[in-house]
Structure formats: structure tokens, C-alpha cells
Design a protein around this ligand. Structure first.
Ligand code: MN
Length: 253
């Protein structure tokens, strides 16, 4: 089996080398990652300057975004890839935070290009990378038939996988979940520079929209389970199509 490995934390991130070590014994792995950290890059692409590709010990470093890396790695499918693996991200990609994530966007881009993808995030300290890697190895190469099922059932599959920051033995298992809806409060923190001019740090506290539900991704992680959420790149709100058609037909009759 052939894997393309990407991330948004950059080529030097410990999560990427962990993922490579996990996958290497089971197949061929090809790495292409941003040259520097591009967390929060979401689905952005580079069109204002040319891209430079640098060969490193681990794989290729591209001075672009995670989505640029996927486009470069899968271009023309010169090296046919069975799965794209993204991560292991340094920090969670839970709920609607996944919208900002370069790790998740790389997986979505892969699926858009016809290659199923899994995005992995470790919800805490990199001290717990061994536990996360152990779970990933079990999921991908253990008795689980997830890879086979994904490739058979849905070539555009994207799984957003969040792993709790716990020692291997304390991870209780996994749950198939849905994304929580998060809205941030107090997002911009104002500070003053040495000339007295204001500058701002993006931050804020996430608040759940609605009462927490049992099948939310962040609840699963909070309880010590790995959260697996299937995502898709089709943003269409199908429920609204009939109503919109009707309303517009009446308006323009
Ligand atoms: Mn990141």
C-alpha cells in the first residue's frame, strides 16, 4: 500500500516523523510537508509566488500550504497513492475548529482529488505521541478493516481523527462522532506596542452552540475515547434546496 504523508505543522514537526515511523513498516510512504508551520492555513493555496521544493532527510518540504503539498504530491498521480494521511497534528481539530485546520484541509483536498484521506490530531502534549501512534497503527494495520472498507465504499472518504492526550493504556477505545459547533468569544486581545500603537492577538474561548450531545467529537475525547468523524467537502445544504426553489419560483413568477 502507498501513502502520501502531509501535515500543517511543517516538515520538522515531531507528529509527522511519528506518523512516518508508524506507517513505514506496512507500506511505502512519501512525505511532502510545508517548509514552516502552516497551522490555521485551512484550504488556502499559493498563487502569488512560485513554489520551491526542497529535499530533506524525511521527504520533501514545500514553501506552500498543506493543500499545496497535496496538490504537488498527487499531481498527475505519477506515484499512485492509495491513501493520504495528514498529521499527526500538534493539538486538537475538534468541532468547527476543523474549518480552520490545514491538517483537515489537506485530507479534504486529497478526497477532492479522488484519494481517500485520514487526518490525525493529538489533543495535547507531544509526550503522548507514542500512544497516538499505537492507536493509528492498530486502526490502519491491525484487525480493523477500515482502510479496505474506505477504499471499497467511498473513494472520497475523509476521516477526522482526534486522539486524546493520554498514555496508550488509558485510551478507552474509539467513538464515531459528529462535529460540535463552536463559537469563539473575546477573540481579539488588544495590546500596545512600545510606541503606544495597538496590535491584536487572535485567541478567545470556544463556547459550544447548544447543549453538549453524547455523540459530539469533543465529548468523546474528553471521556478518553478517540473521536472519528467522517467529513465531506460538499458544503451544499440539501435540506434547503426544495424551499429555496419554491420561494424563488414564487418571487419570480
Ligand atoms: Mn497544526
Amino acid at each position: 500500500m502507498k501513502f502520501l504523508l502531509v501535515n500543517d505543522d511543517g516538515i520538522q514537526a515531531p507528529g509527522l516523523s511519528s506518523l512516518l515511523e508508524t506507517v513505514k513498516p506496512h507500506g511505502k510512504a512519501f512525505v511532502i510537508a510545508p517548509q514552516r508551520e502552516r497551522s490555521g492555513a485551512s484550504h488556502s493555496i499559493t498563487i502569488g509566488h512560485p513554489l520551491r521544493l526542497l529535499e530533506t532527510e524525511l521527504g520533501f518540504a514545500l514553501d506552500g500550504t498543506p493543500v499545496d503539498c497535496v496538490k504537488m504530491g498527487l499531481r498527475g498521480q505519477k506515484w499512485p497513492v492509495d491513501f493520504v494521511l495528514s498529521g499527526i497534528n500538534n493539538g486538537p481539530n475538534l468541532g468547527t475548529d476543523a474549518l480552520y485546520s490545514g491538517t483537515v484541509a489537506a485530507a479534504l483536498e486529497a478526497a477532492l482529488l479522488g484519494v481517500p484521506a485520514l487526518a490525525f490530531s493529538l489533543c495535547g502534549s507531544s509526550d503522548y505521541l507514542p500512544g497516538a501512534s499505537h492507536f493509528i497503527a492498530k486502526l490502519l494495520f491491525g484487525k480493523s478493516t477500515v482502510l479496505k472498507r474506505i477504499s471499497e465504499l467511498c473513494p472520497a472518504a475523509v476521516l477526522n481523527i482526534n486522539i486524546p492526550a493520554l498514555p496508550q493504556e488509558d485510551i478507552k477505545g474509539f467513538k464515531i462522532t459528529r462535529s460540535a459547533i463552536l463559537r469563539y468569544e473575546n477573540v481579539m486581545e488588544k495590546r500596545l506596542d512600545h510606541r503606544g500603537n495597538p496590535y491584536y492577538w487572535m485567541g478567545g474561548e470556544p463556547r459550544c452552540l447548544g447543549e453538549p450531545e453524547e455523540d459530539w467529537d469533543l465529548i468523546a475525547v474528553e471521556r478518553g475515547y478517540v473521536s472519528i468523524t467522517p467529513l465531506r467537502f460538499d458544503f451544499t445544504n440539501y435540506e434547503q434546496i426544495p424551499g429555496l426553489r419554491l420561494a424563488l419560483a414564487e418571487d419570480f413568477a
